[in-house]
Design a protein around this ligand. Structure first.
Ligand code: GLA
Length: 687
């Protein structure tokens, strides 16, 4: 039973989730201090705990605060940095009270002198060990009063304290374009460690989450504290390890270093959610906890089966023609694809990446009768219709840019740096988001579009907004603008489904997943490379959101030659798609592909909705009576996970019976087919 309780005499709050507890306390100086995050405690036990006293000597101070502010003898990483008109900095809190309702706690604070209010928000759910945290800053002055704006130098969403343990190991991902979400585990240095994106998107180079363990956790054992920021723009998470043995602190929120903006009298600012989860079941249980949370509390349509998609990008590049697309669609439908997505190259003068972004009408030479006839044919083939868009961008060679050169992020007397020959439209401007919503709404209505792939292919540079009195707000407001257009679009078109993409997996995060259905996690479709990328993605995000295509061999990115079965098996670990040039596939390949799509549709409910266990060179999915294992590498006895030992399973293909007890201890005898890069899909059903 998830709940929030309060011990009045010690001013201790306890948040209870099914398998963890989180406690904080308002101390004698009215500071909200951390008390506990870990195994379940009663309110009495939590109230009896001492407060983590951050200030241990006249020189040292670390952590232990729910929101590390600047002010007094604090020398750790500040989560909130403010400057008032009189030059004073920092905060001295006065506790104003709290509200508790339906798994939510709001702690109200204000500065005892300056007109700054802050409410710390906490939320817990019945079905999850995730604690959601965020805050609202308020300028308590009014526009009519003489109050000056308050300068905000940093405003994190939350600070987390992980109890001091013998070692501190961090898990996180690093990456790059075409090599996203590479998992790294590393001992935390005795220092401040910054994880960040300064690109305007959450980024390819790191994903906004962190896991902490004492160094010994593995997939199935050990205490793990994990934190995930639900934000799609620039971000910063700073971890601090202190040799004096205090708690390990992690503070994080939107925006990167050096951005400053002003909170105006009467104005409120809501941070994104920085959520945390404690688990005693190692990294596997931690990931499954996040998968369940994303399904129950983040995704708009979690229970819908994700369709088998065909996407034409790797087949045609920018050479999009009705004939070419039609030919691919006929073959895709024959293989069992359920949705056909026309990628980049259908609009404006978009015959390469040099022109056309911003001119969102069908290319008149390529589609003289609009997209209508092609859409009609795709529907007649029994597939839904999807379209690629990149609404936040424009090429300087476009009618849009010629008409509105001021709509892009830019600064006076600075060059406009082009990346992929394009510039970023300022989605913090409401005229820009109005324009975007209008054409998107029109496009979706005209063609009754089922699916949009929303791309974003470059980082911000010269991120200015000439004429605006507080331009650096755009770093947050651009992301909010993107959210608002996506939200409006979904409200206006409840049947529309959306795939998030940013040059592959450059914006794969909970902020986007709250308003999309799938993520294009990498432009790299090489099955071998995908194994690591998918492994990293699966740490937090569930398989149903992971678009994965089967493409050609040799792979266009890596030139690696891989058997079709292996390409299919690895892509079946998520939401299967096909992206190869089907016009060049042989009859034998088409036949094999048709069979593989059939297999996927049969295992799809288990893969998309089951619990996922990462095994050694294999992934296991478990839902109800069914177990699906996707395995690669070599022959071996593969130990399965998460089964009830008294159950008996039958191999769907061979009829062989296996005791779950032996599958868990001795393993499933895995005999892979002969040849290069062997792999298999195994299906077991409980007897
Ligand atoms: C990005 C996407 C690709 C494709 C191209 C089109 O790179 O990640 O999947 O849509 O843009 O230009």
């Amino acid at each position: 039973m998830s709940q929030v309780s309060f011990d009045e005499p010690t001013r201790t709050f306890l948040l209870t989730t099914p398998a963890s507890s989180y406690a904080l306390r308002i101390d004698a100086d009215d500071n909200p201090r951390h008390v506990h995050w870990g195994a379940p405690l009663t309110l009495g036990q939590a109230a009896a705990l001492p407060t983590h006293d951050g200030v241990t000597s006249s020189f040292a101070s670390t952590g232990g605060e729910e929101l590390a502010v600047e002010g007094g003898a604090r020398f750790g990483v500040p989560a909130l940095l403010v400057r008032y008109a009189d030059g004073a900095r920092g905060v001295e809190w006065a506790y104003e009270g709290h509200d508790i309702a339906e798994g939510r706690l709001h702690v109200r604070l204000r500065d005892h002198h300056h007109p700054l209010g802050c409410t710390l928000h906490y939320a817990v759910h019945e079905d999850s060990d995730v604690v959601e945290r965020s805050l609202t800053l308020r300028h308590l002055g009014t526009a009519e009063s003489a109050d000056a704006p308050i300068e905000i130098l940093r405003c994190d969403a939350a600070s987390w304290s992980v109890p001091a343990v013998s070692g501190v190991r961090l898990s996180h991902t690093v990456g790059e374009w075409s090599g996203e979400t590479q998992l790294r585990r590393t001992e935390a240095p005795y220092a401040e460690t910054v994880f960040t994106s300064r690109r305007g998107v959450s980024g390819h180079y790191g994903n906004p989450w962190l896991m902490v363990d004492a160094g010994g956790a593995d997939e199935s054992h050990g205490e793990v504290w994990s934190m995930v920021l639900a934000w799609s723009g620039s971000w910063r998470i700073t971890a601090q390890r202190d040799h004096t043995g205090g708690p390990f602190t992690v503070t994080g929120g939107a925006g990167h270093d050096g951005l400053t903006w002003r909170l105006l009298p009467g104005e409120s600012h809501e941070t994104p959610v920085f959520a945390g989860q404690f688990s005693r079941g190692g990294f596997g249980a931690t990931s499954r906890g996040w998968h369940r949370y994303v399904a129950a509390h983040v995704l708009p349509c979690p229970d819908e089966v994700r369709p088998v998609i065909y996407n034409s990008w790797e087949a045609t590049g920018w050479d999009v023609t009705p004939e070419g697309q039609r030919a691919l669609a006929v073959r895709a439908a024959d293989l069992g694809a359920e949705l056909f997505v026309v990628d980049d190259g259908w609009f404006g003068q978009r015959t390469s990446d040099r022109a056309g972004l911003g001119d969102w009408h069908p290319n008149p030479e390529r589609f003289p009768h609009g997209l209508g006839p092609l859409v009609e044919e795709i529907r007649q083939l029994g597939m839904g219709f999807g379209l690629w868009v990149e609404p936040e961008m424009t090429n300087p060679d476009s009618d849009l840019y010629r008409e509105h050169p001021d709509w892009v992020l830019h600064m006076p007397h600075r060059r406009r740096t082009e990346l992929r020959h394009q510039l970023v439209l300022n989605f913090a401007r409401t005229d820009v988001t109005e324009w975007a919503f209008k054409w998107l709404d029109g496009l979706v209505s005209t063609y009754a579009i089922d699916y949009l792939k929303w791309d974003m292919n470059r980082a911000f540079t010269e991120a200015g907004w000439p004429g605006h009195p507080d331009a650096e707000r755009l770093w947050t407001d651009h992301t909010r603008g993107v959210y608002s257009v996506l939200d409006r679009l979904r409200r206006a078109h409840p049947d529309l489904r959306i795939e998030g993409c940013a040059g592959g997996g450059g914006r794969a995060d909970l902020g986007m997943l709250a308003r999309t259905d799938q993520t294009w996690i990498s432009d790299n479709t090489d099955a071998d490379d995908r194994i690591a990328i998918q492994h990293g993605y699966s740490q937090i995000y569930p398989a149903r959101t992971m678009s994965a295509w089967v493409t050609d061999s040799p792979n266009p990115h890596t030139a690696r030659i891989t058997p079709l079965s292996h390409r299919f098996h690895i892509a079946m670990a998520g939401a299967l798609g096909i992206g190869g040039d089907l016009s060049r596939w042989t009859e034998a390949e088409l036949t094999e592909a048709r069979e593989m799509v059939g297999v996927y549709k049969e295992i799809r409910p288990v893969v998309q909705f089951g619990e996922q266990f990462r095994l050694d060179d294999a992934v296991q999915y478990h839902a109800g009576d069914r177990v699906v294992v996707i395995a690669w590498g070599r022959d071996r006895d593969l130990r399965l996970a998460g089964l009830s030992p008294t159950d008996v399973y039958v191999d769907d293909a061979t009829g062989t019976e296996h005791h779950a007890a032996t599958l868990l201890t001795h393993g499933l005898p895995l005999r892979l087919p002969a040849g290069e890069r062997p792999s298999a899909v195994l299906r077991l059903t409980r007897r």
